[in-house]
Design a binder for this molecule. Structure first.
Ligand code: KG4
Ligand code: ZN
Length: 358
């Protein structure tokens, strides 16, 4: 029996990605076009700009993935694409392009859920059995879930307002870190992590969000606003006009205090999630695994802190390599492969598949 090959396409947010993977988790070819720098200039993602960039690059990205794999479209077993969730204008480009390829090739179409793909990626590299815990932390997502099987997820909690990545980015902007000599080429989150390493994380008392709520949901907006007020106060004390490039002298302490409090929130939620799973025997004793993914998971302070929680409960912590933690085509191809291997998930009528932003 010849091996299975899936072509995956991702366009849900600000990365145009494509890849071909086989049923053993080998990546045969991949290509990625990132829009992050463009959006950095706009201070956030403008959906119409993102859509145009996806449109401009999708063909090259998909062809690039096939070329690197040394394959033609006819060689793949199925085509997978992200259909939800994400920005409508962005999802539309990937879904329409996938449908075009499906029509042209007669190959099966596998619609993929972006979050599920993030969660399943870890199974591509390591032998992780269901059920396992998943923690996704990025610019767009924040959720804790139990992956019980392909297409079978139990959501334990998600953010009630913003995702941690954007809040790190916004606080970095408020601190004017673009003008900081050590941070010029870094994302907001990276900049805060770097400055925090030489800051006093106890310098300012910030409130850990939702500490008294007995659930696994998240909130970052209040924490952000409290940090904003702290920055305003310090700038005023030092006579710095808000619209100047000048940075407050205690920037490292603010970064460290902000990061510590946000991380305590993440630790508390993970702690609750583990207790919940323990009480209900959701994760078997011999299979205690947490998969941590998303751009924010590359923060080593956050990772070490969450590791302290998993260590305490005897969970194994699995972090996919950074290039697989952020959005990419490989994760979509692999998610499609997981469905295909189970003989499920193929759209009966590919033309009728619609994208679903939420
Ligand atoms: O997964 P990702 O690449 O894509 C989106 O969801 O957009 O995550 C990007 C986010 C950005 O907000 C970035 O600031 C954040 O992840 N990030 C970090 C770090 N590296 C990236 N946040 C905190 N600490 C980091 N080291
Ligand atoms: Zn994502």
């Amino acid at each position: 029996k010849s091996r299975l090959l899936v072509l995956g396409i991702e366009t849900s947010c600000d990365e145009t990605g494509a890849a071909v993977v086989d049923d053993r988790g080998n990546v045969l070819g991949e290509a990625l076009h990132s829009q992050k720098l463009v959006h950095l200039k706009h201070g956030g993602i403008v959906p119409t700009v993102a859509q145009q960039l996806h449109r401009d690059h999708i063909e090259d990205v998909v062809q690039g993935a096939l070329d690197r794999a040394g394959l033609r479209l006819q060689d793949v077993s199925a085509i997978a694409a992200t259909v939800k969730p994400g920005l409508a204008l962005c999802l539309q480009i990937g879904v329409e392009y996938a449908k075009k390829l499906v029509k042209q090739s007669g190959k099966p179409f596998i619609p993929v859920h972006h979050m599920e793909a993030h969660a399943l990626t870890a199974r591509m590299m390591e032998n992780i059995e269901f059920p396992f815990l998943v923690f996704l932390l990025s610019g767009g997502h924040c959720l804790l879930a139990v992956a019980r099987g392909v297409g079978d997820f139990l959501l334990l909690g998600s953010t009630t307002d913003e995702a941690p990545g954007v809040v790190f980015d916004q606080v970095a902007r408020k601190l004017k870190l673009k003008h900081h000599p050590a941070c010029r080429t870094l994302s907001g989150g990276q900049a805060i992590e770097v400055l925090a390493t030489t800051g006093d994380s106890q310098a300012f008392k910030l409130t850990v969000p939702m500490a008294r709520y007995a659930n696994c949901d998240f909130s970052f907006a209040g924490h952000k606003n409290q940090t904003y007020r702290l920055i305003d106060k310090k700038e005023k004390e030092e006579g710095i006009p808000a619209d100047s490039d000048q940075i407050v002298s205690c920037v490292n302490d603010i970064a460290a205090s902000f990061q510590r409090t946000a991380t305590q929130h993440l630790m508390q939620r993970l702690h609750r999630a583990i207790l919940y799973c323990q009480q209900r025997h959701i994760i078997p004793e011999h299979n205690k695994t947490l998969v941590l993914s998303g751009g924010v998971a590359s923060n080593m302070y956050i990772r070490r802190s969450l590791q302290a929680v998993t260590d305490r409960f005897g969970y194994q912590l699995v972090c996919p390599p950074p290039r697989l933690c952020t959005d990419n085509g490989v994760m979509i191809a692999w998610a499609g492969m997981e469905w295909l291997k189970e003989g499920r998930g193929i759209a009966e009528d590919p033309e009728a598949v619609e994208f679903q932003p939420r």
